[in-house]
Design a protein around this ligand. Structure first.
Ligand code: GAR
Length: 189
């Protein structure tokens, strides 16, 4: 059995889809959901799904090895970021080199970087008059949205798209492809 730990800062709809996708899978298990936000919706979802949760603060994350130890104690093989908004520190990167995935709601390398998350991304895409957007799944390194790209899927930005309509179609793509790409990456571990 290979184990996944999901990091999320917000609502956690992707995290929920990933957990559900692997229920009953004999090779892959989601063992832990971690968050930097004590009131994040993802924690309520995790509770309903019966997944153990961990909440950490900035000091714990950046100045101690506690999170790495928790991951190791849970035999984590792959870390999946699903709407997680903090830069990943070196101790985590060094222990999980090429074993941390992120999803970004645009076609990197455009519309990535610090502050580019959720609706900010869609606002920038629509504001620039882009005809295409999409999703990017990539390995995580020491910079925001910068690691090696594993998978991209495009969609058309429609002339009457609003932030919400674009976000909703992007989310659908994420739900469809993120679990599958995670499964493929896990198969190669
Ligand atoms: C997702 O759309 C994800 O791509 C994005 O946050 C959303 C989380 O939604 N991530 C980023 O913008 C990272 N830069 P969710 O909490 O409902 O899964």
């Amino acid at each position: 059995m290979k184990n996944i730990a999901i990091f999320a800062s917000g609502n956690g709809t992707n995290a929920e889809r990933i957990v559900k996708y692997f229920i009953g899978n004999s090779r892959v298990d989601v063992v832990l959901i971690l968050s930097n936000m004590p009131n994040a919706g993802v924690l309520m979802r995790a509770k309903k799904l019966g997944i153990e949760t961990v909440v950490f603060n900035r000091n714990t994350f950046y100045n101690t090895n506690d999170v790495v130890e928790i991951l190791e104690n849970n035999n984590t093989d792959l870390i999946v970021l699903a709407g997680f908004l903090w830069l990943v520190p070196d101790n985590l990167l060094n222990n999980y080199r090429d074993r941390i995935l992120n999803i970004h709601p645009a076609l990197l390398p455009k519309y990535g970087g610090k502050g580019m998350f959720g609706h900010h991304v869609h606002e920038a895409v629509i504001g620039a008059g882009e005809k295409m957007s999409g999703i990017t799944i990539h390995y995580v390194n020491e910079k925001y949205d910068d690691g090696q790209i594993v998978f991209q899927k495009k969609l058309d930005v429609l002339p009457d798209d609003t932030l919400d309509s674009l976000a909703s179609r992007i989310h659908k793509l994420e739900y469809e492809f993120y679990p599958k790409v995670i499964e493929e990456v896990m198969a190669g571990l």
